[in-house]
Design a protein around this ligand. Structure first.
Ligand code: PGA
Length: 252
């Protein structure tokens, strides 16, 4: 049985001073629980300030993206060794906004997953279908393709360390979360796909749900044993709603 894993993806929100005050507020109200692990993914610029605030806490630092290369002529990029250096433990890879706005391919994402492991950064790999793909019954095929290529060459032993975030694109930022049944069905499918493709015991792999998670719907999502936590966007920008979701992960 996994500890539940709640990750706050701030996306492109908060200046450094705003980041400091949000984390300070979270630390004031959050009571850490052994059954839940919390991680915060602020924008790159705020990583050092947030790292300082989290240093003596159990909350982990995550990056929202990484370059696949260690260093070099890659203007505007940030590498895995830099993220380790600033104190990141996790890195979100292949978020749908990276895929659909910035054109990241499954091959790009695969390189990033390898680079992250190489530097002891634990990947949170996002997968998910678009609305039209769901409507034409392609959800499973789309997710299988994203996993097949995204995780190509990853050793079985690393499946305990990776987190898969199932984030249906139609649920992200829309206020329309997947139902617990919809999410459970896809999580189950992801597990059986990992079992057959990589011969891993996929119950070792944490699979979390993302897409319009709120304090209102988190409890029902966490009632599914298939859902090992949440990747939270909008609701993590407010200390009370983020902490409430973490508390619901403890109690559900
Ligand atoms: P949302 O974002 O909670 O605002 O839908 C989730 C995400 O994109 O990770």
């Amino acid at each position: 049985m996994h500890r539940r894993f709640i990750v706050g993806n701030w996306k492109m929100h908060k200046t450094i001073s705003q980041a400091e005050s949000l984390v300070t507020d979270i630390l004031q109200i959050y009571q850490p629980q052994a059954s839940v692990e919390l991680a915060i993914a602020p924008p790159f610029l705020s990583l050092p300030a947030v790292a300082r605030l989290l240093a003596s806490t159990s909350i982990k630092l995550a990056a929202q993206n990484t370059c696949a290369s260690d260093e070099g002529a890659f203007t505007g990029e940030i590498s895995p060794p830099m993220l380790r250096d600033v104190g990141c433990h996790y890195v979100i890879i292949g978020h749908s906004e990276r895929r659909h706005i910035f054109g990241e391919t499954d091959q790009d994402i695969n390189k990033k997953v390898h680079a992250a492991f190489h530097h002891d950064l634990l990947p949170i790999l996002c997968v998910g279908e678009r609305l039209e793909e769901r409507q034409s019954n392609k959800t499973q095929a789309v997710i299988q393709q994203q996993l097949q290529t995204g995780l190509d060459g990853i050793e079985s032993k690393n499946f305990e360390k990776i987190t898969i975030a199932y984030e249906p694109v139609w649920a992200i930022g829309t206020g329309q979360a997947a139902t617990v049944d919809q999410a459970t069905e896809v999580h189950r499918h992801i597990r059986s796909f990992l079992d057959t493709q990589w011969s891993v015991k996929s119950d070792q792999t944490r699979i979390i749900y993302g897409g319009s998670v709120t304090p209102e719907n988190a409890k029902s999502l966490f009632q599914s044993p298939q859902i090992n936590g949440a990747l939270v966007g909008k609701a993590c920008l407010n200390s009370e709603s983020f902490v409430k979701i973490a508390e619901l992960a403890t109690s559900s």
